[in-house]
Each structure stands twice: as structure tokens, then as C-alpha cells.
Design a protein around this ligand. Structure first.
Ligand SMILES: Cc1cc2nc3c(=O)[nH]c(=O)nc-3n(C[C@H](O)[C@H](O)[C@H](O)COP(=O)(O)O)c2cc1C
Length: 329
């Protein structure tokens, strides 16, 4: 079942500006990825997968990378800092799940990850980051991308130089989150450093951070010159962000979903999670997603409390039905 090597250029064919779903641990699971593809995402990424855990044959970890046909093109994101283990796990994950791309996480700011020298800690060691990219590129029979940040902290912003090292070692696509590690997820997003990074390399760069509306998308693209966008939180409970941004870029009118359509989408997401994980785990996993879908709707706050207190899927469906009814009054 040898599939044709995915070409990065296909994401940009005909001058298209690709809109990617950025990876989110605990969020961009197979259900979310498939829904976002359905709503127009051009690329999706798995939750981050520990290369070390793949190396030690941890079954649950590898399951994060399971990809079905309805969620492609897809990148499997790996994290770690040992070039040999990163290379080995990239090759193994490619063999098992045939992703279109392997993405390397060099942006995660979480203490547990950084303490091991992984994620954004690699921004303090560009030479090691380069060796990792080289090893993974040599081992994986697909393009390799890297997601990283503006830098470690305000005094050590190094994304443009860092990007050059990644490119020189074989990365074919880059994604920069315009915040530093110490900033975590707090505003602002530094559009200047994204622009400098775009200008520093020849490979395409996706801009990431704070793109929650078509206006944000136009600003990010116009100011930075980035080749495409990666959207994370803007897609939570709002997978139509991809269609909305696409319509704006194409100069078409976009009609946002009505409250009833939003509830219908929430229900589909919920049913897919329950079908995949079973009733109890599905209901639990769906809670955060439903909270996002309901955001701003009449009665959302009390509905969220009730949803978080039940493990009965029928009760969740009934609560969603009540919100839908209330939204029509
Ligand atoms: C809950 C959550 C989990 C995340 N997990 C990952 C991850 O596994 N890998 C990664 O590269 N970035 C991860 N990120 C960062 C996002 O991909 C993205 O860079 C960040 O949220 C900024 O984009 P946004 O403003 O569109 O949300 C995560 C972010 C959030 C909020």
C-alpha cells in the first residue's frame, strides 16, 4: 500500500492559501480533525505524540496518530529531543499510519515537556534542533514540517535564524506561533517576527496565533506575507472558521451558521465522540467541545453546568435540544 509521496506544493496549487488546523493536545483528535476537513481545512495535525513513548511501544500513544481517510491531508506531530529516537518514531509512525507529513513540535511551552529538553526548549539549542530535523527528514519518506515559536523569551527572540537552521536541514514547511515560550498563550502575537521569519527562508511558512476571524486572517496574511495560516483555538466549537476565512479570501459572501445549525454541528460532534469512545468516555470528552459550541448562545452557561454533571448521552442530547428550542424563540 505504497502511497504517492505528498508534495508540499499541492497545498499551494493555483495560488491557494492553505488553512491548517493547528495541533492541540487533548483537542485535535480524529473527530475534530475530520470535522475540520469537512469544513474546509486544507491540512490537519494530530495531537503531539511522544517519540520516546513510540520508541517504548506505548500503545495508547500511537493511537493518537491513527488516521482515517476522512482526515487528510494530515500531519502527525511528534515531540522529543533525541535525534535517533525522533527519526525512528517518525519512520514507524509513517509506516503504520501513512501521514502526508511529519510535523516536529519545537514550540510546546509546558513545563514537563520543556524540562526534558523537548518542545520549545529546542529553540535554545538550534544546533540540536537542526540535527533532529536532519535525522527525521532522512528517516521519513514524506515531507517534514516544524512548528516553533517566536523564541524562548522576549530577550531571546530568534525565530528567523532558527527557521534558517530548520530549512538548511531539510524542513519543507514551517509554522511559526508568534509568541515566545514565556508568553505561553497570552497576547500579543508578534506579527513582525512572523514577517521576519517569512523573509528569512525560501520554504513556505504558516502564520499562527490569534487568528479567530476572517479579519484576523486577512491581517496576518497581509502584514506578514505568510504563505498560509494555522488556526488552533479559533476552530474550537467553530469548525466553520475555515469556510468563513476561505470565503473572505475568495471575495465571496459568507453566511455564518444559525444557532440551530451550531447546535446541529455540536450534536454531530458529540455523536461521533460517543460512537468512537463509548458512552461514558465519549460524554466526558465531549464536554469541552460542547462548551465551545454553545458559547454565546442563550442558556449556554446553565446548559454547560448540566452537561458537565451528567454521564448520560441522552440527557446531553436533550439539553442541546432545549438550547436549540430556546434559540428559536
Ligand atoms: C489546548 C491546547 C493544546 C495545544 N497543543 C499543542 C500541541 O500538541 N502541539 C503544538 O504544536 N501546539 C499546541 N498548541 C498550540 C497551538 O497549536 C497554537 O500554536 C496556539 O494555540 C496559538 O494559536 P491560536 O491563537 O490559533 O490558538 C496547543 C494549544 C492549546 C490551546
Amino acid at each position: 500500500m505504497e502511497n504517492k509521496r505528498f508534495e508540499i506544493g499541492s497545498l499551494f496549487s493555483g495560488g491557494r492559501v492553505p488553512l491548517a488546523l493547528a495541533p492541540m493536545a487533548g483537542v485535535t483528535d480524529r473527530v475534530m480533525r475530520a470535522i475540520c476537513i469537512e469544513h474546509g481545512a486544507d491540512l490537519v495535525t494530530t495531537e503531539m505524540v511522544s517519540a520516546k513513548a513510540v520508541h517504548y511501544k506505548d500503545k495508547k500513544t500511537a493511537e493518537l496518530a491513527l488516521l482515517s481517510d476522512s482526515e487528510r491531508p494530515a500531519a502527525i506531530q511528534i515531540f522529543g529531543s533525541d535525534p535517533a529516537i525522533m527519526a525512528e518514531s517518525a519512520a514507524e509512525l509513517f509506516d503504520r499510519f501513512r501521514p502526508e507529513m511529519i510535523d516536529i513540535n519545537m514550540g510546546c511551552p509546558v513545563a514537563k515537556v520543556v524540562k526534558s529538553g523537548d518542545g520549545s526548549a529546542l529553540m535554545r539549542d538550534p544546533a540540536l534542533a537542526g540535527r533532529i530535523v536532519r535525522a527525521v527528514t532522512d528517516a521519513a519518506p514524506c515531507p517534514v514540517s516544524v512548528k516553533f515559536r517566536a523564541g524562548w523569551d522576549r530577550d531571546s527572540v530568534n525565530a528567523p535564524e532558527f527557521a534558517r537552521v530548520l530549512e538548511a536541514n531539510g524542513a519543507s514547511l514551517l509554522c511559526i506561533h508568534g509568541r515566545t515560550k514565556t508568553q505561553m498563550y497570552a497576547p500579543p502575537v508578534d506579527l513582525d517576527v512572523i514577517r521576519e521569519t517569512v523573509n528569512a527562508v525560501s520554504v513556505p511558512v504558516l502564520g499562527n496565533g490569534g487568528v479567530n476571524t476572517p479579519d484576523d486572517a486577512v491581517k496576518m496574511l497581509g502584514y506578514t506575507g505568510c504563505a498560509g495560516l494555522a488556526i488552533a483555538r479559533g476552530a474550537c466549537g467553530s469548525p466553520w472558521i475555515f469556510a468563513a476565512v476561505r470565503a473572505r479570501l475568495d471575495g465571496r459572501e459568507y453566511i455564518p451558521p444559525s444557532p440551530s445549525e451550531r447546535i446541529a454541528a455540536a450534536l454531530r460532534h458529540f455523536d461521533a465522540l460517543v460512537a468512537w469512545l463509548g458512552q461514558k468516555a465519549g460524554v466526558r470528552e465531549a464536554r469541552k467541545h460542547l462548551g465551545w459550541y454553545l458559547f454565546g448562545l442563550r442558556g449556554a452557561a446553565s446548559a454547560r453546568l448540566r452537561i458537565n454533571a451528567t454521564e448520560d448521552p441522552d440527557e446531553v442530547r436533550s439539553i442541546l435540544g432545549q438550547i436549540e428550542e430556546a434559540s428559536r424563540q
